[in-house]
Ligand binder design. Sequence first.
Ligand code: DC
Length: 232
Amino acid sequence: MAQVTPLDRVAVITLDGLSGSGKSTLAKQLAVALNWSYIDSGAWYRALTWAVLQNGLAVDDSTQVLQVLSQIELTSDSDGMVVVDKQSLRDELRTQLIDKNVSAVADHFDVRDALNEKMRGLLAIENVKGVVADGRDAGTIIFANAPLKVFVEVPLEVRAQRRFEQQRKLDSDVTLTQVQHALSQRDSHDAHRGSAAPHPTDESYILDNSNQSVEQAVGRLLTWHQQIFAAK
Ligand code: DC
């Protein structure tokens, strides 16, 4: 008889999309609505970047990054907050220093493989009945067997306008052009990560998140969840 692995036992929904598409907000709320766990894969890259910098090592050297990964205990709590050596990290992961360095960490394919294995390991934890995971390659690579994969789409101009409105509360000098330029640079960096570049699969559901409220979008996701998982 074929062995049942945690990947078969635990229900998984993935949400992928570009920076500023709102996927994390939706994924978090969907996880709450379903009472499932939440994995923010971007936060895992950020946490590893934080640990590399704390150790004074080089983010662009994959051997050093892997060394740090092998020495820390990296996991996440049920809210999706990443925990490094028992320290929950939130604001530490959203600094400009991490923003500046995280892409270099995410560019190493051997680091990606190791981090993906750790994220998959969360499914083996007892009592996890379902997981909502978001990122760039959550549905294409990390949880490629997920029964429901969603790709969140929002045009660059709309993402930039939303980000600009958030950022100008913190920095009154920031301009829409600057924000749009930064997002477009992140998009093009993400697009050059080969198979890990954000893209929908043939089976992905496309969620246009440009013109609806969070409640409406989560409602749509819950409908898809019903359709896919009720049929199983
Ligand atoms: O979504 P975010 O801004 O928190 O992601 C942080 C970085 O990690 C960003 O450079 C994209 C990268 N990332 C990735 O390469 N693969 C993922 N599954 C998630 C994030």
